[in-house]
Design a protein around this ligand. Sequence first.
Ligand SMILES: [Cu+2]
Length: 358
Amino acid sequence: MTGILITSILALAFIVIFQIAKASEYVSVLKGEEKAFQQSNRINAFLFLSFLVLGLVGAWWCNKLFYGKTLFVQPAASDHGEKIDNMLWLTLAVTGLVFFITQILLFWFAYKYQYSEKRKAHFFAHSNKLELIWTVVPAIFLTVLVGLGLYYWFGITGPAPKDAQLVEITGKQFNWLMRYPGKDGVLGRKNYRLTDASNGNALGVDWEDGSSHDDIESTEMHLVVGKPVQLVINAQDVIHDVGLVHFRMKMDAVPGIPTTMWFTPKYTTAQMKEITGNKDFVYEISCDQMCGSGHYSMRGIVIVETQEEYDRWISGIKPQYKTVMEAKAPAASPAADTLKSVSMPPAAKPLAQNLTVK
Ligand SMILES: [Cu+2]
């Protein structure tokens, strides 16, 4: 029914436009071609000018309406994020200036230089000087913008400071799993063949590697304010993307290829609640890559806190190795010899890898 209605409305609109065009044709015949031409020329020129004014007012109005919904109203919560914001402002300033100048000239010229029989247009087929200007000037600006972007990108993906906290984040359909190294600062080896969520090894950690024994697993990302953090990013099934919008960071999570990025959180979650005036504020992890039917539900939580709060949190969590061993041998103590029961197939060993802060 709706389809028929829309088709009828479109057909009627077409007939109305056709009739108006026909009527104006008759009018022009009655008035004389010349006079009708001049009139329509003036109308078109005036419409160009109105379009310029309405367009600019519309752009300003949209900006006013939606600015509060953009991230600009919240400060970037990381050191790198501030640079990204500055770069965005610079890009907007350059492209905005060009936009206003070219649009105003375009519509103003269409109005001012409307057809006049007293004037003849100057025609030239080619100008080297003009070609040079409009090629070199944008090229210089774009080189600066791209160069700046690359400089920041290498900073974000380059080596993290030595004292950086290491956090591994793994995306899977459809949630995020975090792993923290224990006191040794080293994450235990992993092997995808050992992945066994029903037996407490959702990440496929190789329990034969001693450095995995103190690793902590959690579904929350806890970070220390003012302390650099290096994320080691993995995916288990398809490509995901770690989107940390408040920190202005994002990075693809690719199966089989760990990616990294580092940054320093600037404000604790509590400070951010005050800054934004939102008592329910939480730092979020979103999946920024369409990854399947549950993509929308891949919301993770980041908690930025003081060192003391972080230490208290992490000391309250049992290493995953202990949890798994205790589940396997509830009566016996989780001694090292229990390990023998979870030996790894020898063929899998060459694929294992160690992850450390470089
Ligand atoms: Cu995803």
